[in-house]
Write a protein that binds this ligand. Structure first.
Ligand SMILES: CC(C)(COP(=O)(O)OP(=O)(O)OC[C@H]1O[C@@H](n2cnc3c(N)ncnc32)[C@H](O)[C@@H]1O)[C@@H](O)C(=O)NCCC(=O)NCCS
Ligand SMILES: Nc1ncnc2c1ncn2[C@@H]1O[C@H](COP(=O)(O)OP(=O)(O)OP(=O)(O)O)[C@@H](O)[C@H]1O
Length: 200
C-alpha cells in the first residue's frame, strides 16, 4: 500500500523547503508548480488557450510565456485568475494523477503531492493525508517580500488569492510549524513520517 501525502500551505510558507527534505531522503515528490510550467510550453493546448484569452501581451519576444506579465494580470483580477485556472487546472490535475497512479502501481511506500492550491481546488480527495506547512501570517509576508524582492502590496495580492494559512492549518491532518529554524522543521517532519509508519 502506498501512502499518498498532500503537501500544502500558502505562498511562501515553506512547501519547497519541506519538499526538498523529502527529495533528499529519496521520496518521490510530484510538484504542481513544476507541472504548471510543463503544461504551458509553446505549442501545448494550455499555451494556445492562454494566448487566445489574454493576447500576445503575455508572451516574451521568443514566443514563450511571460510569467511575470501574466501574474501581474491574474493576481490583480479574480475573474481573470478564474479564467486562467479554468484553462490550467484540469490539465495540471490530469498529469499529477497520472504520475501518482504510476507510483501507486509500482507500490512505492510513499508519494508526496506538493500542491499549493490543494484546498482551493478540492484536491484533498486524491490524497490519504494532508500536511500543511504553516507559518504565522506576518512571517509569511516577510519571507515572501524578501524572497521575491516585491513590495508588501504585491505580496498581499498573492497571499489574498489563496485561503488564509490560518484556515488551512485547521483543515490539516497535521502541520509542520516552519516559523522556527529549518532544523526544527526537519525534526517535526521526521516525527510526522514516523507516526505514519514511514522510516526516515
Ligand atoms: C500566474 C503565473 C504564470 C505566475 O507565474 P510565477 O512564475 O510568477 O509563479 P509560480 O507559478 O512559481 O507560482 C508561485 C506561487 O503562486 C501561487 N499561485 C500560482 N497560481 C495561483 C493561482 N492561480 N491562484 C492562487 N495562487 C497561485 C502558488 O502559491 C505558487 O506556489 C503562474 O503562477 C500560473 O500559471 N498560475 C496558474 C496555475 C496554478 O494555479 N498554479 C499553482 C499550482 S496548481
Ligand atoms: N525555517 C525557515 N527559516 C527561515 N527562512 C525560511 C524557512 N523556511 C523557508 N524559508 C525561506 O522562506 C521563503 C519561502 O520558502 P519556500 O520557497 O520553501 O516556500 P513555498 O511555500 O514553497 O513558496 P511558493 O508558494 O511560492 O512555492 C524562501 O526564501 C525560504 O528560503
Amino acid at each position: 500500500m502506498t501512502l499518498v501525502i498532500g503537501l500544502t500551505g500558502s505562498i511562501a510558507t515553506g512547501k519547497s523547503t519541506i519538499s526538498n527534505m523529502l527529495i533528499d531522503w529519496s521520496f518521490p515528490v510530484i510538484d504542481a508548480d513544476t507541472i504548471s510550467r510543463e503544461v504551458v510550453q509553446v505549442g501545448e493546448e494550455a499555451y494556445e488557450q492562454i494566448v487566445a484569452t489574454f493576447g500576445r501581451q503575455v508572451l516574451q519576444e521568443d514566443g514563450s510565456l511571460n510569467r511575470e506579465a501574466l501574474g501581474n494580470i491574474v493576481f490583480q483580477d479574480e475573474s481573470k485568475r478564474k479564467k486562467l485556472n479554468q484553462i490550467m487546472h484540469p490539465k495540471i490535475r490530469k498529469r499529477m494523477l497520472e504520475r501518482r497512479d504510476q507510483y501507486v502501481s509500482n507500490n512505492v511506500e510513499l508519494v508526496v503531492m506538493d500542491i499549493p492550491l490543494l484546498f482551493e481546488s478540492d484536491l484533498f480527495h486524491y490524497v490519504d493525508k494532508v500536511l500543511v506547512v504553516y507559518v504565522d501570517p506576518d512571517i509569511q509576508l516577510d519571507r515572501l517580500t524578501k524572497r521575491d524582492e516585491i513590495s508588501a502590496e504585491k505580496a498581499l495580492e498573492r497571499i489574498n488569492a489563496q485561503i488564509p494559512i490560518t484556515e488551512k492549518k485547521d483543515l490539516a491532518d497535521t502541520i509542520v510549524n516552519n516559523g522556527g529554524s529549518i532544523k526544527e522543521s526537519e525534526d517535526q517532519l521526521k516525527d510526522i513520517l514516523n507516526t505514519w509508519g514511514i522510516e526516515v
